[in-house]
Design a protein around this ligand. Structure first.
Ligand SMILES: NC(=O)c1ccc[n+]([C@@H]2O[C@H](COP(=O)([O-])OP(=O)(O)OC[C@H]3O[C@@H](n4cnc5c(N)ncnc54)[C@H](OP(=O)(O)O)[C@@H]3O)[C@@H](O)[C@H]2O)c1
Length: 324
């Protein structure tokens, strides 16, 4: 029988979070998103899952329904690396017709920076940023008054380049920058800066948006990197690719979240606290673990630069639509 950790229940009590509302979640079939879905199901929320695998989604639905048989759960299939699939998912969400009180844009990948979508765009940047904005723009009519959008970033955004450089990801590229994951996670913060304001204006309803980051723990997203032989991590670090070695060291030194549920705490706070800060993350060393608190943004992200990135991304989505 599932029961959230004591710390999670304490958080939920502080936020008086036992509601009957509806959340839309991307990346809820594994890792942090699944942990978040379990907690929110336990708290009594209805859920719309957005999953690339129908089989995995139906397993998750059974699990969530056993946690709370009283809630309603829907799922839509969506492969976030494909705009066609995103468009189909948007149509399905509209058909379901539910008002959404919370959108948790959590899905993400770190796979090889050489990997491209069928349109020749970096998969990492497309899945982590462009797809999330496309989905959000497509479901905006479903957002309820006082709804919240929570976007999963990463502490890795501190290694990002300036947002004005991200237009390069919106065209076919021969060579993708090695900072693509960090850049995409900085773009997530920019998206959170703009989405609430833009959609509030467009929809005439109050819509708030927040960014969060989970700290660090080993999940599918970084397992391969974490599991690579130690000598390989050492060799990589000599060539300037220090992440695998850092992941390993962090894990062995215990500078890591104790569970996926703990890694979901910043998102739980941003979703449910009365007045969350714009960016929430863990409070331990290097922001890699520990209870949630306001997190530091390592870039000087101005309203203008976030707005420009929103517009460039919107234009990129429109052009991709035109080319299908
Ligand atoms: N783990 C960490 O230390 C860490 C640190 C900082 C930030 N984050 C962020 O946290 C978020 C969740 O990561 P996680 O650690 O929970 O990783 P995870 O266990 O790999 O979960 C990722 C989720 O995203 C889904 N997903 C991946 N690619 C997709 C695609 N192309 N289309 C649709 N869904 C897709 C996965 O679906 P499947 O179940 O089908 O694979 C899964 O549900 C990511 O945005 C990541 O950047 C994680």
């Amino acid at each position: 029988m599932y029961r959230p950790h004591d710390e999670t229940r304490r958080l939920l009590r502080q936020m008086n979070a036992l509601h009957s509302k509806t959340v839309f979640i991307t990346g809820a079939t594994d890792g942090i998103g699944l942990a978040f879905a379990r907690v929110i199901a336990w708290a009594g929320w209805n859920i719309v899952l957005c999953a690339r695998s129908a089989r995995k989604a139906s397993r998750v639905i059974s699990e969530l329904q056993s946690i709370n048989p009283d809630i309603k759960i829907h799922s839509v299939v969506c492969e976030l690396s494909s705009l066609d699939s995103i468009n189909k998912a948007i149509r399905s969400i509209r058909k379901i017709g539910l008002q959404l009180h919370l959108v948790f844009l959590n899905a993400g990948i770190t796979s090889s920076r050489e990997e491209k979508t069928d349109k020749g765009i970096s998969s990492v940047f497309f899945v982590n940023h462009i797809a999330q904005q496309a989905l959000l723009m497509g479901i905006q009519h479903q957002l309820a008054d006082q709804s919240r959008i929570v976007i999963q970033s990463s502490v890795a955004h501190k290694f990002a380049r300036e947002p004005r450089l991200y237009t390069e990801y919106m065209n076919i590229q021969e060579k993708v920058a090695s900072s693509v994951y960090a850049d995409s996670k900085c773009a997530n913060i920019c998206l959170a800066y703009t989405a609430g304001k833009y959609l509030t204006q467009k929809q005439g309803r109050q819509i708030m948006s927040y960014a969060v980051h989970p700290g660090y723990l080993v999940t599918n997203i970084n397992r391969d990197m974490f599991m690579q032989p130690l000598y390989q991590s050492l060799l990589d670090s000599l060539c300037g690719r220090v992440t695998p070695l850092m992941l390993r060291l962090g894990y062995h030194l215990g500078v890591v979240q104790p569970s996926v549920e703990h890694a979901a705490h910043p998102a739980i706070v941003a979703a449910l606290a009365e007045n969350p800060s714009f960016f929430t993350g863990p409070s331990g060393y290097f922001e890699l673990y520990g209870p949630p608190m306001p997190a530091k943004i390592y870039h000087d992200i101005s309203t203008e630069c976030a707005q420009i990135l929103w517009e460039q991304t919107e234009q990129c989505i429109a052009e991709l639509h035109g080319s299908t």
